[in-house]
Design a protein around this ligand. Structure first.
Ligand code: DI6
Ligand code: FE
Length: 429
């Protein structure tokens, strides 16, 4: 018999607010979804104080709760975590989409100086205010679907000033909206035109000048590298990881998206929190990730948009017990997606995840990919009061619906908002 999650703790003398009349997908313990039917959730300040069955509340719970909130018979999940985005950029690549529809490949467009470099030109030309204004609507769309933690990468500047500007905009988004932003430096995303033919020189610049600057200024928590045949080699990635390590920053990698370069294996030896994409991941790569506890971040939006036929090696990832996360990869070239719910659906239909794996992938496992599993990703006492009230009966409905957003309330650090409040905040700015 699987154990149901329970609070194992007496109801406290006082909580600020008690949420009742909801099922809780706690995503903790070994019960499917950590499901707690007819649960109750007490918060104090910015933290979860108590999680348990409504039936186990003491008789005088009403006088011990500052407020009792009726969740209307809905479902409460942890706040969703989008652990891989390139949300801050200027312009768009609709024109390249049209080219691809005419048969020109993503790699060919990149080789012709389009692709990532066309977004680099637009982003370099945008000042901080414009970058902020172009990025905020994407962020708010995500918030409206219950995302309360988001990772945002740089990588469309490829020079010190623009990379720093992107990360400042990412942090500003996190201070103006109710969302926790985790900034990642992705200087090794593409080779900027001024370093054409000299990739090693660019990597030296990233390692010697830019990474120390980002670390000093507190602009990045992680360092990421795009390791593939149209980007950087394993050796170059290793150089970047050494520099990150020297600054005390953890690493991540875009690996095995278009070909198998052994990038995930390399990243695992550096204790990477995650390796992302992974369609071409080998068994040796899976084994190395299992050993280092590296999370596999699956990005079905990119596979869909690029019409990639190869799927990540799900059976191997499962049998080696590598935690799997799911994310939007929100970016203008390969995944112009802001819907984490749609990504859950695609992870199931395109990659073969179960609906429970999909929800784990955007909660506890995504939190792990950001080293935040102690704070967010599940409904447990002591964690941040970040959760979502959905107007659904079954957690499977979240991955099942296509384009239907049943999010009613978003609670982040204890403060409650409705999707319409967040849209109003956007339009008031
Ligand atoms: N992999 C991706 O899918 C994106 N970046 C990366 O390293 C693509 C980014 C773009 O095309 O703008
Ligand atoms: Fe990406």
């Amino acid at each position: 018999m699987e154990k149901e999650p329970s609070s194992n703790r007496e109801f406290p003398d006082k909580v600020d607010r008690l949420y009742v009349n909801a099922d809780l997908a706690t995503m903790s313990g070994d019960h499917p979804y950590g499901m707690l039917k007819d649960g109750a959730l007490g918060i104090s300040g910015t933290k979860i104080e108590w999680v348990g069955h409504r039936g186990s509340l003491p008789g005088d719970f009403r006088s011990r709760a500052g407020e009792v909130f009726d969740a209307g018979g809905g479902l409460i999940t942890p706040g969703l975590v989008d652990c891989h985005t390139h949300l801050v950029y200027a312009g768009n690549r609709a024109r390249e989409f049209e080219m691809r529809l005419q048969g020109i490949s993503y790699e060919e467009i990149a080789r012709q100086g389009g692709g990532i470099l066309s977004t680099v030109r637009a982003t370099r030309a945008a000042d901080e205010e414009r970058l902020y204004r172009e990025s905020a609507p994407r962020l708010v769309s995500m918030l409206c679907e219950g995302v309360t933690t988001i990772e945002i990468k740089s990588g469309y500047g490829l020079d010190l000033d623009t990379e720093a500007r992107m990360l400042r905009v990412a942090l500003r988004l996190g201070s103006e909206y109710p969302i926790s932003v985790v900034p990642t430096f992705l200087g090794a995303h593409a080779l900027p035109p001024e370093f054409e033919g000299r990739p090693d020189k660019y990597i030296d610049f990233v390692c010697e000048k830019v990474i120390p600057h980002m670390a000093r200024e507190g602009l990045a928590r992680f360092v990421d590298v795009f390791c593939d045949r149209i980007a950087f080699s394993r050796e170059q990635a290793e150089h970047v990881f050494e520099a990150a390590k020297g600054q005390g920053l953890s690493v991540k990698i875009h690996a095995e998206q278009l070909s198998d370069q052994g990038g995930a294996q390399l990243a695992a030896t550096y204790g990477a929190l995650s390796a992302d994409h992974l369609e071409y991941l080998s068994e040796a790569g899976v084994e190395a990730m299992a050993k280092s506890g590296t999370v596999a971040v699956l990005l079905p939006g990119a596979a869909y948009f690029l019409k990639e036929k190869k799927v990540p090696p799900l059976d191997l990832l499962r049998s080696f017990r590598v935690p799997m996360a799911v994310s939007t990869d929100c970016n203008p070239g390969s995944s112009p997606a802001v819907s984490i719910l749609l990504m859950m659906n695609m992870a199931c239909t395109l990659f073969g995840l179960t609906t429970e794996e999909a929800l784990k992938g955007v909660t506890i496992n995504a939190a792990r990919a950001l080293g935040r599993e102690g704070q967010v990703g599940s409904l447990e006492r002591g964690k941040d009061a970040d959760f979502v009230i959905w107007d659904v009966r079954e957690p499977a409905e979240l991955a099942y619906n296509i384009g239907l957003n049943r999010c009613r309330y978003i609670i982040r650090h204890g403060s409650l908002a409705r999707p319409q409040d967040l849209l109003e905040l956007l339009h008031a700015q």
